[in-house]
Design a protein around this ligand. Sequence first.
Ligand SMILES: NC(=O)CC[C@H](N)C(=O)O
Length: 361
Amino acid sequence: MQTQMLPEVELVTRPARYAKLILEDGTQFEGRSFGYQGSTSGEIVFSTGMVGYPESLTDASFAGQILVLTYPLIGNYGVPASSLWEDEHIHVKGLIVSNYIDTPSHVQSTMSLGDWLVQEQVPALEIKDTRLLTQHIRDHGAMLGKIIFEHDVPFYDPNHENLIARVSTHQVTKYGQGPKTLALIDCGAKKNILRCLLKRNIEIVTVPWDYDLFASGTDFHFDGILISNGPGDPKQATSTIQTLRTALEQKVPTMGICMGNHLLTLAAGGDTTKMKFGHRSQNQPCIMKDSQRCYITTQNHGFVVSDIPPGFEPWFTNANDGSNEGIIHSSQPFMSVQFHPEAAPGPVDTEWVFDYFLEKI
Ligand SMILES: NC(=O)CC[C@H](N)C(=O)O
């Protein structure tokens, strides 16, 4: 029997660098850096999903936030090609994990997570006790935080800024073909929304968050509106809310996803508030109205519909905490979901919501 020699592996050892994670209430954690070595600040949020860090990091809804991943091993499958990301670059302001794995093994991997974070100038720390950190946020509520190397930086509250204006597209772009046209208001749309729509024989026109679809100069016809996910406080997106008010008046079929659920609610006269610590994971159970049917959904939100607008009723309700997970109008084709029917990452059980809406167009 022949003994096969293993190829020689060059071990690259980087000197360990440490930094601090400081929360707004003074709580501190020391961590080992595995990303860009520079200070950063934002709102600290945690996700309990077991997979999907490439998709989460590139989800524009995380803009302004430092993401804590509670799944203990992160980095094992590296980073896939950018065609599989949710946007062209990383949106989180920082990343906190328990154990970073620097030796990725996956057929789709093109680089390690650490290299990607360095390339995109995103700081990341391994703090070991992500469980303690998460329990702290769960007990005391969402709070600001910062990752500090040598230079201190001030705390930064992303909910006081119109982040949608920063992540939205600046141009009108047509995709796909089909007998009907859907206007997609891009508040920071995950790419999988477009991928899901493109499978469905429809033309899609993406427009910026503040594009007036009803202005006389609009040179394309549309049969329905889809409002995407997006970062920050929905009440900052006043132009989108105004456009949606007109859409409701003119009875244009309209659907919202996550931020879209908030914006439709606000346009229709309901209200949104900030949750204690939000829902971020791929296993949020949502019960559909008039049924015992429970869908397992992907979520990433810190705000919630607190007042259902007149004429609408709750469409889905979270089975864990009873919070609203979507609204639907009792007679008109207006509907929205708090979860992500496009998933990425997560279960695809609610992709039918796209078909349900497109049937109304
Ligand atoms: N994923 C989203 O669209 C998030 C919506 C909003 N920024 C929130 O945190 O609730």
